[in-house]
Unconditional design. Structure first.
Length: 232
């Protein structure tokens, strides 16, 4: 579900009633929404599988595509070192959760006040058998990284704080200088759409280290696999 104006939920029907009704019609539903609470409420009243396509707190379907891409490129997950550079948003949260489960080391470099969700971080760190670190310095995070990952600086619903975020994140750009800190065979990931010239340069986006478009393709494949697992 994406366009609330096209369903009863956008016209006053309760989330619970919408969930119960659609459960009679569908085999599964994918919800993309800003507020994570709406998704949880919908799932609590649904009798069909509910897939989080994106919320302000998590982006698990994206993380599945990311893991597939890393596995394709590096032939393993355990022991891989990811450097996430930039805004500690929903993508960062799901990467941290995935890393804790798969034995991946992840270091997130974020400005003060833009860290990943503290509850997600603490829970992942407590159960992880790998390193889960948050720091400030992007060069330190990129040091010896197998994977460098970034996302847009201004996410959906954050337009009012766009100028401030760009100012705070200007030193967190993925460029050739930052890439020189990582391993020689580092791959670069971005969940797209990219704001070229902000969080990532054209040189890196289109360069030999970029796996961005393989990553985009893999989102399709993992989503198909997810539906098959839940529905068939």
């Amino acid at each position: 579900m994406r366009y609330s104006s096209e369903i009863q939920l956008g016209r006053g029907e309760t989330t619970a009633d919408t969930a119960r009704t659609l459960s009679r019609y569908l085999n599964a539903v994918v919800i993309r929404t800003f507020g994570h609470g709406l998704l949880e409420e919908f799932a609590a009243h649904s009798s069909m599988p509910v897939i989080n396509g994106l919320s302000d707190l998590h982006h698990p379907c994206q993380a599945l595509g990311d893991l597939m891409t890393i596995l394709e490129k590096k032939r393993r997950l355990k022991g891989i070192r990811i450097a996430y550079i930039g805004d500690g948003n929903n993508v960062a949260n799901s990467l941290i959760e995935s890393a804790s489960r798969m034995g991946i080391n992840i270091t997130a470099a974020c400005p003060e006040g833009y860290e990943p969700d503290s509850e997600v971080f603490e829970k992942a760190k407590a159960s992880a058998k790998s390193e889960i670190i948050i720091l400030r310095n992007p060069k330190e995070a990129a040091g010896q990284a197998d994977v460098i990952y970034t996302d847009v600086w201004v996410s959906m619903g954050q337009e009012k704080e766009a100028d401030e975020k760009r100012k705070r994140l200007k030193d967190y750009q993925i460029n050739s200088k930052l890439l020189s800190c990582a391993k020689k065979d580092v791959i670069v990931l971005h969940c797209l759409p990219a704001h070229r010239g902000e969080e990532i340069t054209d040189e890196i986006m289109d360069g030999p280290h970029s796996a961005v478009f393989e990553q985009a393709e893999n989102r399709l494949h993992v989503q198909k696999a997810l539906l098959e697992m839940l529905v068939v």
